[in-house]
Ligand binder design. Structure first.
Ligand code: MOS
Length: 756
């Protein structure tokens, strides 16, 4: 049959504004605030034991002894798992067969590759006994000097950055253009290592039943996790049942199943009882990924008319001694600004740390704080307002590929953001504005961008004889509100009210919803849901239009539209029939269909697809003490169709707060003698608290993108950080006249000149 029913190709037939577009609150919100939501670690199957990891206090070397006898003597301790007795695995944890696979420390030997690496697991009747048992192991080591920091080892050009992007990209004659430039700047910026610090630490409750495995654990990618576990244990993926209904944040660290989660499964295997393993906060600073530190050199040149002539962005980043993740920091310079010559390059250093990993806006966040600072410095060198400079120089087509953007409302973001912020009469020179209390006031801005990615997802839709609908996909809700947004898309896809649709998600036995990452979950799984709904309605229409007793008989596929639980003839809206009547007469209990969400290769080869935005910040700085306060922020973002404005706003604000954090707060501080993180806790690893968060506003600029996917959805999970961090840094410069190029900016960096 044809697909002219076609909720697929013509979204105009969807009731956008009935479910999609509504600012609904999170469907699971009440459960969460009343404690009714059961997170992974809340599950206590009968006979469950507690496992606690012992971790290395050295960063390189080997473990020479563990006092296993002492640990085992402790009452309540059941077993100590080390490399000597760890159950066998079918796959080498150091094997790597695809770029989404990372090496793990699963007690394969006595080697230590980084501080906080798991070296043993103590399993006990109580958490207290396991904790005490782990402390009694008193490890001894043969330590080698730790290689730390960006200069801790020889550097090399990585084989690729991010997911398979070239480490070096050259477009046009950068050196020639820089040599001829009317104005040019060169500056080097440093960003620190950052840790995901999700509120909920990685946790797992694992129970074996023969070779079947039941798991409660937070995951941003259930089917990938299932596949990885299946490979490691040599069992069929179908034997593994993972439940992940709630996540207390992920930010990329739960995108792939981590080593400690696998250790929980191994521990359960070893003792033959269910085991719960929860990471302690300090355990999260090592085996579950981080954003690596960077040193980025930007060289920018302009022609005599103030147009950009060249951008050269070079990033040095770290990776671990044993695996490959390369933060694509310089790639931030690929798409935003219209320079005829652009080069980006990466250089990496292997150090004794855990392997870095995707962390909210990997590459874009790290690179954009440097790029936006440099653009600001360039505007200043040209004597031009930084907004005017950006408006003049932003890219109308993607500069390196030459592709047009599938849609782009960046100019409108600049205009609406500046208007709302009140970006007028901003003095060009720094240190010109004071408030009534004598604090220095500064205004800064930055451009935001994030690619509109699509991965692959599947959904199953059904309509039941009572007229209600079902939509199933194993989607992940990290707190961002995905389940609410997906339920809204599902209701529109089935042309039903939200209450009439049973939306099922969060377990591995549902259709693969892909990964909740890359800001692509809503677009990808949302498209699958939309297409599954269209497919099941097409089946329903087939039933009705071929049934002589139906008022829709003979309408043909082209002639039917779904609305409010009924199919209507398009040429005569008075002729319609309810889903329930169609199915009842056909004697069918339920009809079902599946739908997929995936990138459209044709659209992708023709268009560059990105979300865009502009962030504006005001800071106040105490001229005597150097204390910095962000007092106001406004962001204007264009991200295609907004499925749920309340949740999108919340995502964007969360990103903007991370921008504040990037500029002023976050930093993992490494002890270069030991290779240990000195502030591996939420007391000393600073993230913004309420008092640090200013008055904030996120405006969503309306954007219709007909190419990005069937629903026109771009992601909002990550873009909020980009632009915002640079805006805060630039505001600090504007307030003080001090250009700090090492982040986070600290009071002592501002060594304030005597106030004027
Ligand atoms: Mo994100 S870093 O793609 O969870």
């Amino acid at each position: 049959m044809t697909t002219e029913i076609n909720l697929t190709r013509d979204p105009a037939h969807l009731r956008h504004g009935s479910n999609i577009g509504q600012p609904l609150t999170r469907r699971e919100g009440v459960l969460k605030v009343t404690g009714g939501a059961r997170y992974a670690a809340d599950n206590h199957p009968p006979k469950m034991l507690h496992a606690v990891m012992a971790v290395s206090s050295i960063a390189r070397g080997r473990v020479t002894s563990l006092d296993i006898a002492a640990a085992k003597r402790h009452p309540g301790v059941v077993e100590v798992m080390t490399h000597a007795n760890r159950p066998p695995l079918a796959d080498d944890p150091d094997a790597k067969t695809n770029p989404f696979m990372f090496r793990m420390e699963l007690l394969q030997n006595d080697k230590v590759r980084y501080a906080n690496q798991p070296i043993a697991v103590v399993i006990a009747e109580t958490l207290e006994a396991a904790t005490e048992g782990a402390a009694l192991l008193s490890p001894r080591y043969e330590a080698e000097p730790a290689r730390t920091g960006l200069d801790g080892n020889e550097s090399f050009v990585p084989p690729a950055v991010g997911i398979g992007h070239p480490a070096e990209v050259r477009h046009g004659d950068v050196e020639g253009a820089l040599a001829k430039a009317a104005k040019r700047i060169e500056a080097t910026y440093e960003t620190p290592a950052q840790y995901h610090n999700a509120m909920e630490p990685h946790a797992i409750v694992a129970a074996w039943d023969g070779d079947a495995l039941s798991i409660d654990t937070p995951s941003q990618g259930l089917v990938m996790a299932q596949g990885r576990i299946a490979g490691l244990f040599g069992i069929a993926p179908g034997k593994i049942h993972i439940r992940s209904p709630y996540l207390g944040g992920g930010f990329g660290s739960k995108g792939l199943i981590s080593g400690p989660q696998i250790l929980g499964i191994l521990a359960a295997r070893l003792v033959g009882r269910p085991v719960k393993l929860v990471l302690r906060r300090e355990h999260m600073y090592g085996p579950v990924g981080h954003r690596p530190p960077s040193r980025q050199r930007l060289r920018i040149g302009t022609a005599s008319d103030g147009a950009l002539a060249a951008i050269d962005h070079h990033a040095k980043i770290t990776t671990s001694s044993f695996d490959d993740f390369y933060e694509p920091a310089a790639d931030a310079s690929h798409t935003l600004y219209a320079s005829p010559a652009i080069s980006t390059s990466h250089e990496a250093v292997r150090i004794d740390s855990g392997t870095p990993l995707f962390m909210r806006a990997p590459g874009e966040a790290t690179g954009s704080i440097a790029l936006e600072s440099a653009i600001d410095e360039m505007a200043q060198a040209c004597g031009v307002d930084p907004l005017a400079f950006r408006v003049k120089n932003y890219a109308e087509v993607e500069p390196i590929t030459g592709k047009p953007f599938s849609s782009k409302a960046l100019r409108e973001c600049y205009v609406q953001g500046a208007e709302r912020f009140g970006w007028w009469n901003r003095p060009l020179a720094p240190r010109q504005m004071r408030d009534d209390n004598g604090f220095l006031v500064g205004w800064g801005m930055g451009t935001a961008t994030f690619p509109a990615l699509m991965f692959a997802a599947e959904a199953r839709a059904a309509i039941r004889r009572d007229g209600s609908g079902v939509m199933e996909t194993g989607a992940h809700d990290m707190g961002q509100g995905a389940w609410t947004a997906f339920a809204q898309i599902a209701a529109d896809a089935l042309a039903l009210d939200l209450e009439q649709v049973e939306f099922k998600a969060g377990t591995s036995d549902l259709p693969d919803a892909g990964i909740a990452g890359g800001s692509a979950h809503t677009a990808t799984a949302g498209s699958a849901i939309h297409n599954a709904g269209a497919a099941v309605i097409a089946k329903l229409a087939e039933l009705a239009t071929s049934d002589r007793q139906s008022p829709l008989f003979g309408a043909g596929n082209a002639g039917v539209v779904a609305r409010d639980g009924r199919l209507h003839r398009r040429d005569d809206e008075s002729r319609h029939e309810s889903y329930a009547d169609i199915l009842t007469r056909a004697g069918v209990a339920e009809i079902e269909a599946r739908g997929n969400g995936a990138a459209d290769p044709a659209a992708q080869s023709n268009y560059a697809m990105h979300a865009h935005g502009a962030a504006f910040a005001e800071v106040k700085v105490d001229p005597d003490l150097g204390q910095i306060r962000v007092t106001r922020m406004v962001g204007a973002f264009a991200a295609g169709r907004i499925v749920n404005p309340r949740l999108v706003q919340s995502q964007i604000l969360g990103g903007m707060i991370w921008g504040v954090s990037f500029a002023l707060h976050e930093q993992a501080i490494i002890d270069h003698r030991s290779g240990r993180t000195m502030n591996a806790n939420l007391g000393e690893y600073h993230v913004p608290v309420n008092a640090d968060v200013p008055q904030m506003e996120a405006i969503m600029v309306s954007e219709h993108d007909p190419h990005v996917n069937v629903l026109g959805i771009k992601g909002v999970g990550e873009i909020g950080i980009t632009g915002s961090a640079g805006a805060v840094a630039n505001a600090v410069w504007h307030a003080t006249g001090v250009r700090v190029r090492r982040f986070p900016i600290r009071i002592d960096d501002l060594v304030m000149p005597v106030s004027a």
